[in-house]
Design a protein around this ligand. Structure first.
Ligand code: AMP
Length: 439
């Protein structure tokens, strides 16, 4: 489907009040310093208020959350009974971030919002849901488990007025197919469905075509694009020198005026190892990956957000949607396999009109990947200048720290967790194969 921004022209004079939102919400927005609707809000809010289903495609950081949260809160305040909305999002951290935004936007009413994600106690979660909060924000796997385990739970969703799939492209991914089937079976047919995503995929395209008469399609998305205020650079280096280059760049952070940085890696193991290495090298670094317990994931994110740690080493579990204004630098320590992931990662900086820097570490194995990224972006990355002598100044220190970390990793329990995860994945795959053969 060919759509471009001109189909969604921006009306410079529109205000939150002129979009039809209640006065109490307009006042809350004023208090939060949100003066004018962004384009995605301007186009989607009136449609959602009018009862339409919406598929909204918009760049990360464009105000998507408020675009769906505001009209929902407008309706909810008039009928605050039972579970009013279910919001499904792919990662646990995004679920908590969404809840924070709902609570801020809904501070003018007595909003009850519940987050249900993996890694937390299911009995407590089930109990909290039975108290019928207004908004349930969930990751797909956990809500499916809760619905299946508690026969009383499906009924609480029988009057839901809204279902939202946030980062819909990721939620509609085949790996969540089963979860979505269980979730949608509990929801009434009369609900409004809102899909929001930063990227268009064939799943979303098919959904849109199926509901062509019904769903309003907003596209404020011009293909894979990064914002102009983001400087994108690369450093070419030998594979075994990555840690040394990283330390060198981090040592220049202060001079470069960088408050905090996110360092993206491709595996949980590298994430864990690099977190330990930076700690060993006396950097305040938090780390975030899916082999950590949920309470540790939350505390890492909190440390980073509050400025206790100025570095966050993360896998792609943190590449989408996270909104942390102090992030001035994103380092692609490992180059992502897909250009989409690159765009999501670097979108953690240069948000809301601010500047930002992304530096990608390229080794000889990454040349094809980086060409694919440059082709998708329609621009070349610039070279990040650094002198080899300066980089190598700390080489001995880094290699010493690496040896210490290798020993630490032998007995800190990480390998056991990785092994258990691998076995679980194998069991899941063989269960899925068996189910497919049964079909
Ligand atoms: P999102 O794309 O939903 O992650 O939002 C990105 C950031 O923009 C969040 O910090 C929002 O609080 C902020 N934001 C959303 N809408 C507006 C607005 N109309 N004016 C100013 N800031 C906004």
């Amino acid at each position: 489907m060919e759509t471009n921004l001109s189909q969604n022209p921006s009306n410079a004079s529109s205000t939150f009040a002129s979009l039809g939102l209640s006065e109490w919400l307009v006042n809350t927005l004023k208090e939060l310093g949100m003066k004018k609707p962004t384009p995605v809000q301007e186009h989607c809010i009136p449609r959602i208020l009018a009862g339409e289903d919406v598929l909204g495609l918009a760049q990360t950081g464009s105000g998507k959350t408020a675009a769906f949260a505001l009209p929902m809160l407008h309706h909810l305040a008039k009928y605050p009974y039972g579970v009013f909305a279910l919001v499904v999002t792919p990662t646990r951290e995004l679920a908590y971030q969404l809840a924070e935004q709902f609570r801020a936007l809904g501070s003018g009413m007595n909003l009850r919002c519940e987050v249900v994600v993996g890694g937390m106690n299911t009995i407590n979660q089930s109990r909290a849901l039975m108290k019928r909060p207004h908004i349930v924000i969930a990751t797909p796997g956990r809500i499916k488990v809760l619905i299946e385990d508690n026969p009383d739970l499906p009924a609480i969703f029988s009057n839901v007025k809204f279902v939202v799939l946030d980062e819909a492209d990721r939620v509609l991914d085949v790996s969540f197919e089963e979860e979505l089937k269980v979730i949608f079976e509990c929801l009434p047919k009369t609900r409004q469905t809102l899909l929001f995503s930063a990227t268009m995929t064939s799943d979303l395209q098919s959904l849109l075509e199926l509901s062509a008469n019904k769903a309003y399609f907003y596209e404020g998305y011009e293909g894979l694009k990064t914002v102009d205020s983001l400087k994108q650079q690369y450093v070419f280096m030998p594979k075994n020198a990555k840690e040394v280059y990283l330390l060198h760049i981090l040592s220049k952070m202060q001079d470069m005026g960088i408050r905090s940085a996110m360092i993206f890696v491709s595996t949980c193991r590298t994430c864990h190892r690099l977190g330990l290495l930076l700690e060993q090298l006396e950097h305040e670094a938090a780390s975030l990956h899916s082999l950590k317990s949920q309470s540790l994931r939350l505390s890492s994110l909190h440390q980073f957000k509050s400025g206790q740690a100025h570095l966050l080493v993360a896998t792609d579990v943190a590449s989408r949607g996270l909104d942390i204004p102090t992030v001035d630098l994103v380092i692609n320590y490992d180059i992502p396999r897909y250009p989409t992931d690159y765009v999501h990662r670097v979108g953690r900086t240069a948000r809301a009109g601010r500047g930002g820097l992304a530096i990608s570490f390229i080794t000889e194995n990454d040349i094809k990947l980086i060409h694919k990224i440059e082709e998708a972006l329609g621009k070349k990355l610039d070279k990040f200048e650094c002198k080899e002598n300066d980089v190598n100044a700390d080489i001995t220190k880094v290699f010493k720290a690496k040896r210490v970390v290798t020993m630490k990793m032998m007995d800190d329990g990480f390998e056991d967790k990785a092994k258990a995860r691998k076995e679980q994945n194998l069991r899941n795959a063989s269960r899925k194969r068996a189910a497919a053969e049964d079909d």
